[in-house]
Structures are given as structure tokens and as C-alpha cells.
Design a protein around this ligand. Structure first.
Ligand code: ADP
Length: 371
């Protein structure tokens, strides 16, 4: 068992910096996810841990040992990629057993032990009935589970999983996630899990990191990342519908402080909101600020909610099984309120709106938002 630690790791591909001075640790037994958009550098991080890509500078540790100069084989990590890399001339059984038969393996298994290990992991992933097939006879989702089984069949220091279930349909995804959680709890191995799907990371991880062009924007538990996003990028990347980001201005009148969005709406800021806004505001921002609030913390009602609500017409209504999502159009952009249950609002109907200031954030503007 091992922990994996990055110390000031930078990776350049030619002149291009893919990873910038990265520091993090995935502890023994920890399920650590890295999420971020395509091209952020997620796979590069895994390849450097596995030893497939050398680091340009910095150190990678397994426990307290620097592994920079160790070959992939010496590092003893198991990796499952989004692309399955199955051997087409081998059966599914042989593909899964392959890592157990590698000549350099310290742990030699008898044929019986090997069969037990392979069927165990195949059972876990629901692919026992496929063991005699060849990869060409498998669907994409089946191939992906075989690839995952092949990674997990060994007892190794660390599992590296790169979008391992991206091609599964929703139902299979859920059962495979459940099994991944069980396997990781049973083995106590460090798992570094890469995905562009924040929902997987929120559901599976002990801790997760949000990667943006080679740097972590935030590292924390799923609750921390969801409830207290550190930046507008994190707020926008994590959540469905995405966190509302509204660029407005803060001003003072008669000893009270207000947030105004153009001519669309104005409301009074409570003490805690003023404090959090003050951390972001500088002379240079000149009252301009970006407000973030998740759709489920916005109340909408036909009736007056409080003396701090404002009124807007509904632009569109989308119904989900347990929720009704109202979209409101602003001069620049939209924002959404996600209400509990099925609500019988109509388009263009005017409703009163209030923001829950316990769940409101202020950010520096670091991303563009399109309407
Ligand atoms: P992700 O996994 O988040 O999609 P990658 O780690 O694959 O991101 O890529 C990070 C950046 O490095 C991208 O800009 C990508 O184009 C670049 N990159 C990745 N691999 C190579 C390579 N072998 N040669 C040159 N550039 C690469």
C-alpha cells in the first residue's frame, strides 16, 4: 500500500506547459479524483505517476520514496484507460489474467489461485459470462469493464483510473461505481481517478481536485467543492444546472448595501454577504463583482416572499422528475432557479425571487460566461 505525493511537479511538452508546479497527496486508502475539462492535464498527471511520461521538474513520491527514476514496471501501479487496450487475440479471461502472468511479478500464483482472482474481479464487475469471449465480441461498455478488471486484478500500490467508465450507459455506470467503491474500501489502495464528469467525482471520492490548464483551482472533499467553490471556474464546472454567475455591482444607499444587476433587479445585502464581498472588492473593481448562487438556493413564488425579493418574468420552464427549473433572462445572460416538486408556472409569468444569502458567493471574474 502506498500514498502518492507530488512536490512542485511541472510537465512541459516541448514549449507547452501541461502541468504547472503541482502539489498534492493521495493518501493510502484514499479515493482521490481529478476533474477538469478536456486538455486540462488530467491524463498527463496519471502518466507521470505511472512512469509513462517523465516529469520535467519536481518530485513524485510513493510513501517517502522518490520514484522519478523508476520504470513503470518498478512502480507497480495498475492503470485502466478510457481506451481499452485489450489484446484482441486473447480471451477476456486471458486479458484479465495477463498482469498476473507478467514475468517480472513478485507474486506468482498457481493456476487455481489465478482463476479465483480473475473470477472474483469478473464477478464484481458483472462480466463472468464474458470470460471465454474475444474482445471483438464485446460492446464498448463490456470492453471497458474488462479493462477495469484487468487493472484491478493485481494487488498493487496504487490504481490509476482514467475515465474508466465513460462509455457505460447510466445503469451500468451506477453499478460499476458501486463496485468501485466496494473494491477501494476492501483493498485500502490509493486510487487516483480521472474524469471530466464531476458527478462521478462527487459521488465516489474522499477528496477531489478541480484542474484547470495544469493547475488545481481547488482541492477538497466533495461537500467543500460543491458547497464552497473557491472560484467562479469551480462553481461553473461543478453542478447541474451550473452555478448561476451574475456580474453586477455593489453600492451603498442610506447606510445599507445593495447588489444591482443593471435595470433588472436590486436587493439588499446582509452583513455576511457584505463581509464576503469585501474580500473580493478592491479599488480597481470599482463596485463591480461576480455573484454566484446555485439554482436550488433561489426561491421563486407568485406571492411576495420578503421585503428583499424582486420580480422577473419566467423565460423558460424545464421539468425534471422531482424539480422544476425556471430560467430568467437578464440583459446579459440567464439565471436559473431549481424549485422542489412539479410547479405549474407558465412562461412569461412574473414571479417574486429571493436569493438565500447563506449560500451566495462572490468571485473574482476569471471565466467568460456565454449567454
Ligand atoms: P486531459 O487528460 O485533461 O484531457 P491531457 O493530459 O491529455 O489533458 O493534455 C494536457 C495538455 O497537454 C493538452 O493541451 C494536450 O494537448 C497536451 N499534450 C498531451 N499529451 C501530449 C503529447 N504527448 N505531446 C504534446 N502535447 C501533449
Amino acid at each position: 500500500m502506498a500514498s502518492v505525493r507530488f512536490e512542485n511537479v511541472t510537465k512541459m511538452y516541448g514549449q507547452k506547459t501541461a502541468i504547472k508546479n503541482l502539489n498534492f497527496e493521495c493518501k493510502q486508502g484514499e479515493f482521490f479524483s481529478i476533474v477538469g475539462p478536456a486538455g486540462a492535464g488530467k491524463s498527463t498527471i496519471l502518466k507521470m505517476i505511472a512512469g509513462i511520461e517523465p516529469v520535467t521538474s519536481g518530485k513524485i513520491y510513493f510513501n517517502d520514496i522518490v520514484v522519478n527514476d523508476l520504470s513503470p514496471r518498478e512502480r507497480d501501479v495498475a492503470m485502466a484507460f478510457e481506451s481499452y487496450n485489450l489484446y484482441s487475440y486473447f480471451s477476456v479471461y486471458e486479458n484479465i489474467a495477463f498482469p498476473l502472468r507478467a514475468p517480472a511479478r513478485k507474486e506468482k500464483l498457481s493456476a487455481q489461485e489465478e482463476r479465483k482472482r480473475v473470477t472474483e474481479v469478473a464477478d464484481f464487475l458483472g462480466i463472468t459470462r464474458l470470460l471465454d469471449r474475444k474482445p471483438v465480441q464485446l460492446s464498448g461498455g463490456e470492453k471497458q469493464r474488462v479493462s477495469l478488471a484487468r487493472a484491478m486484478v493485481r494487488r498493487c500500490e496504487c490504481f490509476l483510473l482514467d475515465e474508466p467508465i465513460a462509455h457505460l450507459d447510466a445503469r451500468l455506470k451506477f453499478s460499476t461505481q458501486t463496485n468501485l467503491k466496494r473494491i477501494s474500501a476492501q483493498l485500502g489502495t490509493a486510487i487516483v481517478y480521472v474524469t471530466h464528469d464531476y458527478r462521478e467525482a462527487l459521488g465516489l471520492s474522499h477528496r477531489m481536485a478541480v484542474l484547470r490548464t495544469g493547475e488545481f483551482e481547488q482541492v477538497g472533499t466533495p461537500q467543500e467543492i460543491y458547497n464552497t467553490p473557491a472560484t467562479d471556474f469551480v462553481a461553473n464546472f461543478i453542478g447541474d444546472p451550473p452555478c448561476n454567475l451574475i456580474d453586477g455591482e455593489i453600492f451603498e444607499r442610506d447606510g445599507q448595501v445593495f447588489f444591482r444587476f443593471g435595470d433588472d433587479f436590486t436587493f439588499r445585502l446582509e452583513e455576511k454577504s457584505i463581509k464576503s464581498a469585501e474580500k473580493i472588492m478592491t479599488e480597481a473593481t470599482n463596485g463591480q463583482i461576480r455573484l454566484g448562487i446555485r439554482a436550488n438556493y433561489i426561491t421563486a413564488s407568485r406571492d411576495e416572499i420578503s421585503n428583499n425579493s424582486f420580480q422577473l418574468p419566467i423565460y423558460a420552464i424545464v421539468r425534471r422528475p422531482q424539480r422544476t427549473i425556471l430560467t430568467f433572462e437578464l440583459e446579459s445572460g440567464f439565471f436559473r432557479a431549481s424549485l422542489e416538486g412539479t410547479q405549474d408556472y407558465e412562461m412569461s409569468q412574473k414571479v417574486r425571487i429571493e436569493f438565500d444569502q447563506d449560500h451566495m458567493f462572490f468571485f473574482k471574474k476569471t471565466i467568460e460566461i456565454s449567454k
